[in-house]
Design a protein around this ligand. Structure first.
Ligand code: ZN
Length: 145
């Protein structure tokens, strides 16, 4: 059976994950799996592939899901349930489309992570949508580039 998704070169950030078939809306496409780390361990790991599970733990991604890029207008979201992290489609996704979700970084984290998603309305940094207004205010005051 052909896999639903594959890793490929991405215009967003060197590698990305792409649909190999049309995927329906509201489907759990892949689980984000890896090793559970405390915040201190996660910090020391300096890994690019960390998923913030909760206040205590991060997961260091070890499967294909770790290559899914952030986007300001994503076609997926994450769903944490029963200690498991799912990547879930927000809409129908066509074969060949890159999968993305919002990484939900806060304002402080966003300083270090420019966004190159190329979507209309891209805010230029990796940031959770609930902070976009605040970012605009900070920029208007010249406190953020
Ligand atoms: Zn963006």
């Amino acid at each position: 059976m052909k896999k639903k998704i594959r890793v490929g070169r991405s215009g967003i950030h060197h590698r990305g994950v792409f649909a190999q078939a049309d995927l329906p809306k509201d489907e759990r496409i892949v689980a984000y799996t890896g090793r559970l780390l405390t915040k201190a361990q996660a910090e020391r790991s300096r890994s690019l592939y960390l998923f913030e599970l909760n206040r205590k733990y991060d997961v260091i991604g070890l499967n294909i899901a770790r290559y899914i890029n952030h986007s300001c207008r994503p076609n997926c979201e994450t769903e944490v349930t029963g200690g498991k992290i799912w990547i879930r489609s927000l809409r129908k996704i066509k074969a060949g489309e890159e999968l993305t979700y919002n990484y939900h970084y806060d304002l402080e984290e966003s300083k270090e992570f420019p966004c190159r998603c190329g979507q209309e309305g891209c805010v230029g940094v990796i940031l959770a949508p609930q902070h976009w207004k605040k970012l605009r205010r900070l920029r208007a005051r010249g406190e953020r580039p």
